[in-house]
Design a protein around this ligand. Structure first.
Ligand code: FAD
Length: 473
């Protein structure tokens, strides 16, 4: 075992990967320097990603529910939106969290340097400070945690305040009368949901045949149906070929087999076509770090790069680009540096789309099984038969287990419905614990809850569900 108290470590990038790594390293007694351009740790997730988007989605949900309440016999007036107060609620959440991380850094005696970290060589970082000046420091190990940024398609590059990316969309400058979201991935759909609730007529354009490419179609269907009502239009199999600024908006040109209107003007356009790793770090070529396809830093299962002194974690090393993957990788890297026997080999990383309804999955998906020609059994429980879903008036959901036919082991879990993001953790635990369908069926779940639908899916597998009636053949 390495005596970690002698180690001097730098972490470049203070997102959920970087600060988790830095804080654990400090707890293990290492001397830690954390470098980031922002005033406090937090990264994309806290400043312009997960957290601000979820604060706004919470408000969007409230607006939608207040509108829907009419059908339950309660009528509210049309919501009056005070954008300045909404912005300050969101910024307050961000400031509290990032400020808290700043405090925790100090308490843990992490040296926080605000600036850009570049490489002099495998063990030396040069920091160009935000406040001016430079500092060159040497370390035993360096962890790259520089994250990612919105991808840009050159033909859609237009220098105009009417063109948004996820960062400027979260700034909530105004509520455009019409908004086109380019890209039907989770970030575009989440932000589209926010703007639609605030009153924009939102259209989404996606070049593939369905929203959320890669997710199982049966999980996406209930969301698609709901978005058809809350969005002005959903354009599939459609590519945006050009954008041009005009006096009253952005003229957008569409191409594709299903296109009916080839040009249309939108007040604002949000480009949300994926994310790019921040791997163009100055001086990285003076190390042995290797970049792979799409610019991701190449690492082994210990998160170590080809340069033994340098580790890399989070979005900069690849998909899935999610905060919880970044923080687990950060912990693994630090534990490996400390000489622990560890590897980053999860059986399941949960993914959540925080739209309404939410979609969440983990482990093997049906889409993936089909691609790999892998035999599976799928057991589904429709929320139309869930008492809890009925009380919430949200019966469009579905819960499914993806099972190994031979061992009956849970390989994957997929959920669509209100609160799916909270429910999926049970599925992730089941997969990590190698649970069998029987374990899930025999685990007593509280009633009436949506969590029962996980147990009920397992009962469907055995044909013993008492909440569903399936005539015997
Ligand atoms: C709108 C939006 C919503 C999202 N919602 C979710 C969600 O709900 N759940 C989820 O899991 N994920 C979500 N994500 C993704 C999530 O934000 C990322 O996966 C996560 O932040 C990655 O963490 P990271 O530590 O790898 O890097 P990042 O969070 O990207 O942080 C990297 C940090 O490094 C800094 N940096 C970069 N280069 C340098 C340098 N050379 N020197 C010093 N500092 C540098 C950056 O300024 C940044 O602060 C969302 C992203 C967006 C954009």
């Amino acid at each position: 075992m390495v005596d970690s108290s002698n180690l001097n470590i730098a972490v470049v990038g203070g997102g959920p990967g970087g600060y988790a790594a830095a804080f654990l390293a400090a707890d293990l007694g290492m001397k830690i320097t954390l470098i980031d351009r922002e005033a406090n740790p937090g990264g994309v997730c806290l400043y312009r990603g997960c957290i601000p988007s979820k604060a706004l989605l919470h408000v969007a949900k409230l607006i939608d529910e207040s509108r829907h309440a009419k059908s339950w016999g309660i009528e509210f007036g049309e919501p009056r939106i005070d954008l300045a107060r909404l912005r300050s609620f969101k910024e307050g959440v961000v400031n509290k969290l990032t400020g808290g991380l700043g405090q925790i850094s100090k308490l843990r005696k992490v040296k926080y340097i605000r600036g850009e970290g570049n490489f002099e060589n495998s063990n030396t970082v040069r920091v160009v400070k935000n406040s001016g000046g430079e500092e060159t420091l040497s370390f035993d190990r360096i962890i790259i945690a520089t994250g990612s940024r919105p991808a840009i398609i050159p033909s859609l590059k237009l220098d105009s305040p009417r063109m948004l990316d996820s960062t400027s969309a979260l700034d909530l400058g105004d509520v455009p009368s019409t908004l086109l979201v380019i890209g039907g991935g989770y970030i575009g759909l989440e932000l589209g949901t926010v703007y639609a609730a605030l009153g924009s007529k939102v259209s989404v354009v996606e070049m593939t045949a369905g929203l959320l490419p890669g997710a199982d179609r049966d999980l996406v269907l209930p969301l698609h149906k709901r978005l058809e009502k809350s969005f002005a239009s959903i354009l599939l199999n459609t590519t945006v070929t050009a954008v041009k600024e005009e006096a009253n908006g952005i003229r957008v040109c569409f191409e594709g087999k299903d296109v009916k209107e080839h040009e249309k003007v939108f007040d604002k356009v949000l480009v949300s076509v994926g994310r790019k790793p921040n791997s163009e770090i100055l001086g990285l070529d003076r190390t042995h770090v290797r970049l792979g396809q799409r610019g991701f830093v190449q690492v082994n299962k210990h998160l170590q790069t080809d340069d033994p002194a340098i580790y890399a974690i989070g979005d900069v090393v690849g998909e899935p680009m999610l905060a919880h993957k970044a923080s687990h990788e950060g912990r693994t890297a630090v534990e490996h540096i400390a000489g622990h026997k560890v590897a980053f080999e999860p059986n399941a990383i949960p993914a959540v789309v925080f739209t309404d309804p939410e979609i969440a999955w983990c482990g093997l998906t049906e889409t993936q099984a089909e691609k790999e020609g892998r035999e599976i059994k799928v057991a589904k429980f429709p929320w139309a038969a869930s008492g809890r879903a009925m009380t919430l008036d949200r019966t469009e959901g579905v819960t499914k287990l993806i099972l190994d036919p031979a061992t009956e082991r849970v390989l994957g879990v997929g959920i669509t419905g209100a609160g799916a993001g909270e429910l999926i953790a049970e599925g992730t635990l089941a997969i990590e614990m190698a649970a069998l369908a029987k374990d899930v069926a025999l685990t007593i779940h509280p009633h009436p809850t949506l969590s029962e639908t996980i147990m009920q899916s397992a009962e469907v597998f055995f044909g013993t569900s008492t909440d569903l009636y399936r005539p015997k053949r």
